[in-house]
Design a protein around this ligand. Structure first.
Ligand code: KG4
Ligand code: ZN
Length: 343
């Protein structure tokens, strides 16, 4: 089976073609192209939805043609067309999904509607045998969720952020320090330049609460206050380092609670880290140690597959088509908000 996937939910236009030779086999990437719009948005200090839509519209057709050419296949060989239909920015979702629907109509092949968050989580299964159920921590620019993946389309959210997502907290911290967007990689680099231990005394909201929810907005306020006075480079690095350690400590504490809770209910074999923030080396290493402590297999996709990409959308399309066996209705309209519990 060969599936073409399209991702346009935020500021990346991405197209990928994946082949699965037999059901239950791994996926092979035949070609993939991602165009980042970061440079266009960075001067505004965040993503401008209207600008994002226009960029997707300008580039998607060319990028798709280029990807098909690089995959060295004829369009007729593609068995289905998958696109992100939510959550995300409505303009981008409309452009990507309408383009996939058109390809599906013209070529008389199924259209597959993919939830972006499901793509982030399922891509771990593309190159590794990971059986359901597994525990996952999804860390992206818009979501922070602890969940149990029970099947390809069945998820139970057991904890989530009550305010800002973790990626957003990284982005806002970088902005407070006068750096650009996206903030995650900038903070990670700054943090590696200076060690610090509790110099700024950052708060760890909800760390001792009984539930598995997160809150990062208080941390954002503390950082904004600290950065009201200009900081030299060394202090900026110290703050970045303490921010990274602080949020990692919160993530580890909640995830450890989740592991203990789930282990009481079912056999837990695997923990999957997913989403853009999962490309952070410090966080990856700490989670590897946590899982070691509980003898659970730890898996995080390669960095390129943690941040937004169409490979994960094409792969989720393959998983859906394998189980669901038919096209999604063209009446499946994009949903800017779409929970993993309502697939
Ligand atoms: O999953 P993603 O690519 O897009 C969304 O679905 O939101 O995640 C983007 C988020 C951004 O907030 C970005 O700052 C963060 O992931 N990010 C990182 C790193 N790379 C990207 N955060 C921490 N460390 C990184 N290395
Ligand atoms: Zn994403």
């Amino acid at each position: 089976m060969i599936v073409l996937g399209i991702e346009t939910s935020c500021d990346e236009t991405s197209v990928a073609i994946i082949e699965q030779k037999k059901t239950n086999d791994f996926g092979h990437v035949l070609a993939e192209n991602t165009l980042s719009q970061i440079k266009k948005h960075s001067k505004f200090g965040g993503i401008v939805p209207e600008l994002a839509s226009r960029e997707h519209e300008n580039t998607l057709n060319l990028l798709t043609k280029k990807t098909i050419k690089e995959a060295k296949i004829n369009l007729k060989k593609i068995d289905a067309f998958a696109a992100t239909t939510g959550p995300g920015l409505l303009g981008g979702l409309l452009i990507g999904s309408n383009y996939a629907k058109t390809l599906s109509l013209v070529n008389n092949k199924p259209f597959i509607s993919v939830n972006h968050l499901q793509g982030h989580i399922l891509v771990s299964r593309m190159k590794k045998k990971i059986n359901f159920p597994f525990l996952s921590l999804l860390l992206s620019g818009g979501h922070t969720q602890l969940l149990v993946a029970k099947d390809y389309n069945k998820y139970e959210i057991i904890g989530e952020t009550l305010d800002d997502a973790l990626g957003e907290a990284f982005d806002k911290t970088a902005k407070s320090l006068d750096y650009g967007y996206p903030g995650g990689p900038i903070i990670e680099k700054l943090a590696s330049e200076e060690k610090s231990s509790n110099f700024f005394k950052l708060p760890k909201p909800l760390i001792n609460s009984k539930n598995l929810d997160f809150s990062f907005s208080g941390l954002k306020t503390s950082i904004r206050r600290i950065t009201e006075k200009p900081l030299n480079k060394s202090l900026k690095s110290k703050l970045a380092n303490e921010f990274q350690e602080c949020v990692t400590d919160i993530l580890l504490t909640k995830s450890e609670k989740a592991i203990k809770m789930i282990k009481k209910k079912m056999k837990l074999n695997t923990f999957v880290l997913a989403g853009g923030v999962a490309s952070n080396k410090f966080i990856r290493e700490k989670f590897s140690s946590l899982c070691n402590k509980y003898s659970i297999e730890f898996f995080v996709p390669e960095k390129k597959l943690c941040v937004d990409n169409a490979i994960m959308i094409a792969w989720a399309g393959i998983e859906r088509l394998n189980k669901y066996k038919k096209s999604d209705s063209f009446d499946k309209h994009p949903k800017p908000r779409w929970s993993l519990e309502n697939l």
